[in-house]
Ligand binder design. Structure first.
Ligand SMILES: *[C@@H]1O[C@H](CO)[C@@H](O)[C@H](O)[C@H]1NC(C)=O
Ligand SMILES: *[C@@H]1O[C@H](CO)[C@@H](O)[C@H](O)[C@H]1NC(C)=O
Ligand SMILES: *[C@@H]1O[C@H](CO)[C@@H](O)[C@H](O)[C@H]1NC(C)=O
Ligand SMILES: *[C@@H]1O[C@H](CO)[C@@H](O)[C@H](O)[C@H]1NC(C)=O
Ligand SMILES: *[C@@H]1O[C@H](CO)[C@@H](O)[C@H](O)[C@H]1NC(C)=O
Ligand SMILES: *[C@@H]1O[C@H](CO)[C@@H](O)[C@H](O)[C@H]1NC(C)=O
Ligand SMILES: *[C@@H]1O[C@H](CO)[C@@H](O)[C@H](O)[C@H]1NC(C)=O
Ligand SMILES: *[C@@H]1O[C@H](CO)[C@@H](O)[C@H](O)[C@H]1NC(C)=O
Length: 440
C-alpha cells in the first residue's frame, strides 16, 4: 500500500537548491563560540524563538539542530507526501512501548531535520478551544495563557494566505478570527476533492441541531461540528518553522547562527556556594561523541529539543530522578523525578471506506502514469492534488453526557464546548503500522 515512485529521486536531483549560506554544517565554521542565547533544537519552537530573539541586533543567538537542512528534503516539501516522511531520512525513528491500555510497540515520529516535526507533520492547523486555553490559564495560575490573551501570539504567528488554486474562500472560514500578516502561512485546501465537498454538504444538510452540523471556522474558539481543514501550507508547499521563521528574509541576520548536525550531549553548568547551580553553555558533538565542543550562553540556554530529546538532555545534564541517573552513572545536580515520565499521546483509529469518487490518492497509488503527471503538475505550477495536506475536513464531536465510560473515567474535556473525539476526513494512504485494528 505504501508506494514510492522512482521518479522522486530524479526530481529531487533536478529541484533548484536554495542557497542558505547562514546554515553552517561544521562547528569549525562558527564565527564565535560565545553567544547570548543558545537554543537546543531547531524545531517548531526553537526556530520561532530564534526569530524573535534576533529581532534585537545586539543578541547573538545560536540554534543547534541535530538533523540536516530541510532545503533538499523533498518528501517534506510536498504537502500530500507527509506520510512518506515516516521512517524516512528526516525521522528520528523512535518507537514507544505503550502503557497498559494498548500494550504494543508503536512508531513515534519526530523530525530529524531543520524545522523539527513541523518539517514532517501533516500540517493540520487547529488551535484548540477557548475552554482549552482558559484551563491552561487556570492550571498554571497564569492569565497569560487564557484564550483572549494568547490571541496576540496566535496572530503574530499566523499569515492566512490564498489557497493554491486561488478559489473564492467565502463561506469556508471566518476571516475575522484570523491574521493575515504573521509569519507562518495557513491556508485552505487548494484542490477540491469530491469526498471533502460531500462531507461538508452532508454536514450542512444535517442542520444546526446535529452534532455533525457545519462549523464555519473551528479555530474561532468553538469548534464542535464539521468544517473545512486549515493547514500550514504556502502556495502548495509546506510552511514549517524552517521555511517561515528561518525564511529568506530572516536567515541572513548577522546575529543569527544555525549549526546543523549538532548533537547536544549536555548542558554545561557551574555550581557555586554563592549562586547555586548556573547553566553556562552547551556541550555538543558532530562525530558521535569522539570530539566534544562547548559553546557558552551568557543570558540563557533554551531547551526546545522536543518531547523525547528534551528530557533526555535534561537527564544527561544531571536533572532528573536520582535513582535513574545514578544507574546511568550520572551525578544528580538537580533532583526532579518527573523528568522523562508520563508522556501521553492520543490514539488514532482508522476507518476505511470504499467510495465512488475518482480523485482519491488510491488512483495515483495504482497508476504510475497518473502519479508522474501529478508530480509534474506540482513541480511546474504548485497546483493539483499534491498541494493539499491529507486532512481535508475535520469534525469535532462529544460523547453523550450519559455515555457509560463516564462511570469509570472522569470527563477529561475542559468544558461542554470542547470535543472528546477529533474526526479527520482524508483520501490518503497511510502505512499499515500507523493503523490500529480493534479486535472483535
Ligand atoms: C530513520 O530510518 C531511515 C530509513 O532506514 C534512515 O534513512 C534514517 O537515517 C533514520 N533516521 C535516523 C535519525 O537515524
Ligand atoms: C445554521 O446556522 C447558520 C449560522 O447561524 C445559518 O446561516 C444557517 O442557515 C443555519 N442552517 C439551518 C439549516 O438552520
Ligand atoms: C505565492 O504565490 C503568489 C501567486 O503566485 C505570489 O504572488 C507570492 O509571491 C508567492 N509567495 C511566496 C512566498 O512564494
Ligand atoms: C505519572 O502518572 C502516574 C499514574 O497516573 C501518577 O501516579 C504519577 O504521579 C505521575 N507522575 C508524575 C511525575 O506526574
Ligand atoms: C471523475 O468523476 C467526475 C465526476 O463524476 C467526472 O466528471 C470525471 O470525468 C471523472 N474523471 C475520470 C478521469 O474518470
Ligand atoms: C492512468 O493515468 C493516465 C493519466 O491520467 C490515464 O491516461 C490512464 O487511463 C490511467 N490508467 C488506468 C488503468 O486507469
Ligand atoms: C521540476 O522542475 C524543474 C525546474 O524547476 C525542472 O528542471 C524539472 O524537469 C521538473 N521535473 C519534473 C518531473 O517535472
Ligand atoms: C442516554 O440518553 C439517551 C436519551 O437521552 C438514551 O436514548 C440513551 O439510551 C442513553 N444511553 C445510555 C448509555 O444510558
Amino acid at each position: 500500500m505504501f508506494w514510492y515512485p522512482p521518479l522522486l529521486i530524479l526530481v529531487n536531483a533536478l529541484l533548484p537548491r536554495p542557497t542558505q549560506c547562514a546554515l553552517l554544517e561544521r562547528f569549525e565554521d562558527l564565527k564565535r563560540n560565545d553567544f547570548d542565547f543558545v537554543i537546543i533544537g531547531g524545531g517548531t519552537a526553537g526556530n520561532t524563538v530564534a526569530n524573535r530573539l534576533t529581532e534585537n541586533p545586539n543578541h547573538h543567538v545560536l540554534v543547534l539542530e541535530a538533523g540536516g537542512s530541510n532545503a533538499n528534503a523533498f518528501v517534506s516539501m510536498i504537502p500530500n507526501f507527509c506520510a512518506r516522511t515516516l521512517g524516512s531520512a528526516i525521522d528520528w525513528n523512535y518507537t514507544a512501548q505503550t502503557g497498559p491500555v494498548m500494550n504494543r510497540v508503536v512508531g513515534l515520529p519526530r523530525g530529524f531535520v531543520l524545522g523539527g516535526t513541523s518539517s514532517m507533520n501533516c500540517m493540520a492547523y487547529t488551535r484548540g478551544t477557548r475552554e482549552d486555553w482558559d484551563r491552561y490559564a487556570h492550571v498554571t495560575n497564569d492569565a497569560g495563557w487564557s484564550w483572549d490573551n494568547i490571541q496576540t501570539y496566535v496572530r503574530k504567528n499566523e499569515r492566512f494566505t490564498p489557497p493554491a488554486d486561488g478559489h473564492d474562500t467565502t463561506g469556508e472560514f471566518d476571516p475575522s478570527v484570523h491574521s493575515f500578516d504573521g509569519i507562518n502561512s495557513v491556508t485552505l485546501s487548494g484542490f477540491r476533492h469530491q469526498v471533502a465537498t460531500r462531507v461538508i454538504q452532508a454536514s450542512k444538510a444535517m442542520g444546526n441541531d446535529s452534532e455533525f452540523r457545519f462549523v464555519l471556522d473551528m479555530n474561532s474558539g468553538e469548534h464542535l461540528g464539521i468544517g473545512f481543514a486549515q493547514s500550514t501550507v504556502l502556495n502548495g508547499t509546506r510552511s514549517s518553522s524552517a521555511t517561515s521563521y528561518l525564511g529568506p528574509q530572516f536567515i541572513n541576520r548577522p546575529n543569527l547562527h544555525v549549526l546543523l548536525h549538532a548533537h547536544v550531549t549536555r548542558i554545561s553548568s557551574e555550581e557555586t556556594a554563592h549562586n547555586g547551580l548556573t547553566f553556562t553553555g552547551v556541550e555538543l558533538s558532530q562525530d558521535s561523541g569522539k570530539t566534544l565542543h562547548t559553546v557558552t550562553a551568557s543570558k540563557e540556554v533554551i531547551l526546545s529539543a522536543g518531547s523525547i530529546a528534551t528530557p533526555q538532555i535534561l537527564m544527561n545534564s544531571g536533572i532528573g530522578d536520582p535513582n535513574t541517573l545514578s544507574n546511568l552513572g550520572i551525578r544528580t545536580l538537580q533532583r526532579l523525578p518527573s523528568v522523562g515520565r508520563n508522556l501521553s499521546e492520543h490514539l488514532v483509529l482508522t476507518l476505511g471506506w470504499v467510495v465512488t469518487a475518482n480523485d482519491t490518492d488510491s488512483e495515483a497509488a495504482r497508476n504510475a502514469t497518473l502519479a508522474a503527471e501529478q508530480l509534474r503538475q506540482w513541480n511546474e505550477t504548485r497546483t493539483g492534488p499534491l498541494v493539499d495536506a491529507p486532512d481535508l475536513d475535520f469534525g469535532w464531536v462529544r460523547l453523550p453526557k450519559n455515555a457509560s465510560i463516564f462511570e469509570r473515567v472522569k470527563d477529561p474535556s475542559p468544558g461542554p464546548n470542547t470535543a472528546h473525539i477529533e474526526i479527520q476526513f482524508l483520501v490518503s494512504i497511510f502505512p499499515a503500522e500507523f493503523r490500529i485494528i480493534i479486535p472483535h
